[in-house]
Design a protein around this ligand. Structure first.
Ligand code: NAP
Length: 282
């Protein structure tokens, strides 16, 4: 049988870790999650008897959507903690399907996989592309977005989740509609209405929200995906500008941007492991 190589990381080529994993079926797979795509991957892999899948959530939201199968919740304790977890659980491959703005866990995953010689399948959903009628003002991080708001003031729909709201706390001249899943644990700007809601959001509702609150502009991350895109469409239809926070540099390894791409890489890896298990023809 032909032996295949998974090309995601240099270290993934028939390393001791892959050899070891090949001797102990089923293949242990860790899915780093917190996204709808990670849950969907866990759902699709749940019935695969040749895989032992664990999903990992950071534990940021109080009532997370729990993926199918085995789930663990909470940080690993940096790269060293992740390495220990991967060793203890005899993980043979890692799928990083975290959010495009979750850069630290991806850096940990790359480092841990490199050190252990484990294959890393890195997913990055496609960013939203600017359409002709969009009025986007691109900024490279939330601090720049906050600086824009501090200067511009007006009525702002702040739709970046709750983790980086602190940057806006000193924007005392603007009025904010802030939407998050859970109550923020940082001090909010002086003039704020808080909306606790979880997506997916729909176009009609987003149009109503923007109109009812006489929103002048939106601050959004370029998260990509469908669940939160309706506000961008609504802004386009109403001619409302969007301060668009661009993504951090997250991966240094090649990424895939579809679920089928992840599954294809995983089945190539399984094939590779099967090839290692099978004795070579003389
Ligand atoms: P981050 O800045 O990359 O990670 C901060 C720390 O949280 C990591 O160092 C790690 O702690 C822990 N962590 C993150 N994701 C984890 C996971 N899937 N499993 C176990 N531990 C994890 O991430 P973040 O921006 O805080 O996002 C946290 C989670 O929320 C991610 O899983 C992400 O997919 C999801 N999410 C994030 C956003 C966003 O806008 N950032 C939006 C939607 C969903 P240790 O160093 O202790 O291991």
């Amino acid at each position: 049988m032909t032996r295949l190589c998974l090309m995601d990381t240099e270290a993934s080529r028939r390393t001791p870790a892959i050899e070891a994993a090949s001797r102990s079926a089923p293949l242990g797979v860790l899915i780093l999650g917190g996204t709808s795509e990670a849950s969907e991957i866990a759902r699709r892999l749940a019935d695969e008897s040749e895989l032992s899948v664990i999903s990992s959530l950071a534990g940021r939201v109080s009532q997370p959507t729990i993926p199918d199968g085995h789930v663990r919740i909470g940080g690993f304790g940096g790269v060293d903690g992740l390495i220990s977890f991967l060793r203890n659980e005899r993980i043979g491959a890692v799928i990083d399907a975290t959010h495009p703005f979750a850069a630290r866990i991806s850096a940990s995953a790359e480092s841990a996989c490199r050190q252990l010689g484990l294959p890393l399948i890195a997913f990055s959903r496609a960013p939203w592309a600017k359409q002709e009628a969009d009025r986007w003002h691109a900024v490279c991080d939330t601090e720049r977005a906050a600086a824009y708001v501090a200067e511009t003031a007006g009525r702002v729909f702040l739709a970046i989740g709750r983790q980086q709201l602190e940057a806006f706390s000193a924007c005392s001249k603007a009025w904010f509609l802030i939407r998050a899943i859970d109550p923020p644990d940082v001090s909010l700007p002086a003039h704020t209405k808080l909306l606790l809601e979880r997506g997916p959001f729909h176009l009609e509702d987003e149009l109503r929200l923007l109109r009812d609150h006489a929103i002048d502009y939106i601050v959004s991350k370029n998260s990509g995906g469908h669940a939160t895109y309706a506000k961008i469409e609504a802004a386009r239809l109403l001619g409302i500008p969007v301060v668009m926070v661009e993504r951090p540099q997250k991966h240094t390894v090649p990424t895939v941007d579809t679920l089928n791409g992840i599954l294809a890489k995983l089945s190539r890896l399984q094939f590779q492991l099967a090839a290692i298990q099978e004795p070579c023809a003389p």
